[in-house]
Each structure stands twice: as C-alpha cells, then as structure tokens.
Write a protein that binds this ligand. Structure first.
Ligand SMILES: [Zn+2]
Length: 266
C-alpha cells in the first residue's frame, strides 16, 4: 500500500524508544499499512487480560486489544482491518470523485481517502482534535439529505446517547446507492443491547466493566444489526473468514471476529 509511515524517533520518550526497539525486533507480525515486520503489536490498556470477565463472557467483539498498535506507524487494529476489507472487496476506487463524510476519522484512513481524490471530503467529530476535522454532532448532521456517496462512522455509535437518531441522520445524508461503513463493537453472545442502566452510567468503573470503556453509553448486543435495519439501512455484513480467509489475524494484528459492517441505501 502507498501510505507514508514512521514517526520520527526524536518525538518519542525514552520508554517509547525502548518499547519500539523491543517490539520492532523480529518478523513474526506485519503491519499492512506501513509494511514493516516486527516482534509484536502493542497492547491497548494492557490487553485482554485487563478487561472484565463479563466482556469476555458476552464475547465483546471489536478491537483486538492484544494486537493493537503498530510499533512503527501507530495504526490501530481496526484501521488495518478496514484497509484489508476495503482492499479485498475492491471498494477503494469508488472513493475517487465521490462525496465522502467521515466521523471520528482515523489517521491512516484519512491519508488513504485523500490519496484517492474524492470530490468532497468532510471530516467530523463531536470533539475534534485533528486539523481539518469539523465539530459535527452525528445526531444533527449539518448537511442536506442525500449529500454523500460514502459515510464512514467507526466506533462512534456506542458513545452516542441517542444512537437511533444518529443512525437516522447517517441514513438521511447518504445518497441512494451510497455506502456506509459502521464499525461498532458488539457482544456476540448478548441478544439485547444493555443501555439506560443508571447505576452503570453513574460509575466509570462499571462502565468499563460492563460497557467496555468509561465513555461508552451502552454495550450493543446482536440486536445492533436489527437496529440498523429498522432505521432503513440495507445491511451487508462481511466476515473475515469469508473475505480474508488467507489473512492470519494474529500476524496482521486484526480481530478475526470483527466483521465489516457495511450498509447501503436504496
Ligand atoms: Zn505500521
């Protein structure tokens, strides 16, 4: 791939340099974004061992916390997985000349999209921290109906109190025939989404234990997909085992249980 990698060593602390040196040894893992091979990906918050038994019991599916950051380009596992899915499905060319809306945009996905020269590329976040990202509330998107060929909104809905309103807004701004990428963590063994639980919402520790993160407002069950359909999306789930059967998930640092959650509008 044609991404420009590698953060300068001069910006790193001594601890970060040591970690990069150790993680950078060997060739057992490979980053599909920067192309480097190395000893291991860095863990997120100490890896799965530090997450609750509840989240493991309900098979909470999203990021791969044990193989999270690339030690060289700092890509996240979910960026790498999205790149692999989009590559394999041959979807990137349709970005060229398209109108694209991207929420909570990921660094390497931004670079890829920009390299494809979309007609318009609007990037939004409720709390923008990156240059070029506008303050946009996903529950009140400030664009006319049917404005975008592509809407990308990854790992956002689990943070949004009124997620159904956000889904309606995402659908509203999508053109007929347009594509939405809606990567969202969900519990594969939980049928019904857990939300509106005041005792959990009132405590960071309980949110982390039951919802996975202190700023999550729910843990989606498998009814998440029904919620998207009820909004009016045509859902198209693509599974790693079907689309990327030759990609060794551990070697490439992606979660093989995370599907590509793609939806279209008629
Ligand atoms: Zn990398």
């Amino acid at each position: 791939m044609d991404y420009t990698p590698t953060q300068s060593n001069r910006k790193l602390s001594i601890t970060q340099r040591i970690r990069r040196t150790v993680n950078g040894l060997g060739h057992t893992h490979t980053c599909c974004i920067c192309g480097k091979s190395f000893f291991r990906f860095a863990k997120f918050r100490g890896g799965w061992a530090n997450f609750s038994q509840y989240l493991k019991d309900v098979k909470w599916t999203g990021s791969d916390f044990d193989h999270f950051w690339c030690p060289f380009c700092k890509s996240h596992d979910r960026e790498r997985h999205l790149m692999l899915y989009m590559d394999r499905l041959g979807l990137w060319p349709s970005i060229t000349g398209a109108d694209v809306l991207h929420f909570a945009p990921e660094k390497w996905v931004i670079r890829k999209i920009e390299s494809l020269h979309p007609k318009t590329y609007r990037k939004g976040d409720l709390f923008p921290s990156r240059e070029g990202v506008e303050k946009i509330d996903v529950t009140a998107i400030p664009f006319p109906d049917q404005s975008f060929d592509w809407v990308i909104c990854n790992h956002v809905l689990e943070h949004v109190p009124d997620d159904r309103k956000a889904m309606r807004e995402l659908l509203r701004v999508l053109k007929p025939g347009g594509h939405a990428i809606l990567q969202t963590p969900f519990a594969a063994k939980l049928e019904t989404t857990r939300e509106n639980e005041p005792d959990i919402l009132a405590s960071d520790d309980k949110r982390i234990e039951f919802y996975g993160q202190e700023d999550h407002t729910r843990i989606y069950g498998t009814d998440f997909f029904e919620r998207l359909k009820q909004t009016g999306f045509n859902l198209s789930l693509k599974r790693h085992s079907e689309i990327l059967p030759d990609i060794d998930a551990v070697k490439f640092g992606v979660n093989p249980d995370e599907p590509l959650i793609m939806a279209t509008r008629e």
